[in-house]
Design a protein around this ligand. Structure first.
Ligand code: GLP
Length: 240
């Protein structure tokens, strides 16, 4: 389940190759995508590979894990903006191929129900990419989120607000709530890869390694899934 690589670049190299093969073998695949600084080298390497030898992307569908409530797509810290900037704009995907929860919806609960329904009606996710928070959150499923949860509105924990406020010039702008795919939506994916890099993820990876599936540690839900790989660089694996 745990795989240790020498560096974030080595993970990006391996994972981008895997994603290209996945799309080539199943051009109509549904990919669950993640944001965060961990994914930046992965998407950069994926773009490099695609520039050289692009698979057919015309039937690809993507679903992102989460989005802040209250940030418009034009806000540089919104996940919509992140995905367009780091990946979508340079892949030339059509808007109809891309799905992100709408954090500006006037009816977030309705948006959540629609989002899980859209994943199911697309046929479910073939692959889900995940990062992890320092408190073990996946997507924005904070500790104590039920493992059977579908897409829902979540109040961000103090820990997550502190971690992620570094991206905001003015910390008051950091949203208090988000929409996230639920843990059940994530576990329903056929294949899952979680990536954690850097020394600041070493404690949470130690905890994940030792914890049996327990809602207090959201990433531990992955232990209930038959096809999960956890990719760590040497720094994140340093306390296993
Ligand atoms: C955010 C996202 C997660 C992501 C996590 C880790 O809170 N909601 O999906 O995995 O941050 O981010 P980073 O890769 O920047 O450490």
């Amino acid at each position: 389940m745990f795989f240790v690589f020498s560096s974030p670049a080595a993970i990006a190299d391996h994972l981008s190759q895997h994603l290209v093969e996945l799309i080539r073998n199943k051009p109509d695949c549904r990919l669950g995508l993640a944001t965060g600084s961990t994914m930046e080298p992965v998407y950069a390497r994926l773009l490099q590979r695609m520039q050289k030898d692009a698979p057919d992307l015309s039937r690809l569908t993507t679903f992102n894990l989460d989005e802040y409530i209250g940030l418009p797509a034009s806000h540089p810290q919104s996940y919509n903006y992140y995905m367009h900037h780091h990946l979508f704009d340079r892949l030339g995907l059509d808007d109809s191929q891309i799905h992100l929860p709408d954090g500006m919806s006037s009816d977030p609960d309705h948006e959540c129900r629609n989002y899980s329904a859209a994943i199911a009606s697309a046929g479910g996710l073939d692959f889900q990419l995940l990062g992890v928070g320092t408190n073990g959150h996946i997507g924005f499923n904070e500790p104590d989120t039920p493992f059977d949860s579908l897409t829902h509105v979540i109040e961000l924990s103090e820990n997550t607000r502190l971690d992620n406020s570094r991206f905001f010039d003015n910390t008051d702008e950091m949203p208090t709530h988000a929409i996230t795919m639920g843990i059940k939506d994530i576990l329903d994916a056929r294949e899952i890869v979680l990536v954690a890099t850097g020394e600041h993820k070493a404690d949470v990876m130690n905890l994940l390694y030792r914890t049996p599936a327990d809602p207090k540690m959201p990433a531990s839900a992955l232990k209930l899934h038959p096809n999960v790989r956890i990719y760590l660089d040497a720094a994140a694996a340093s306390r296993l």
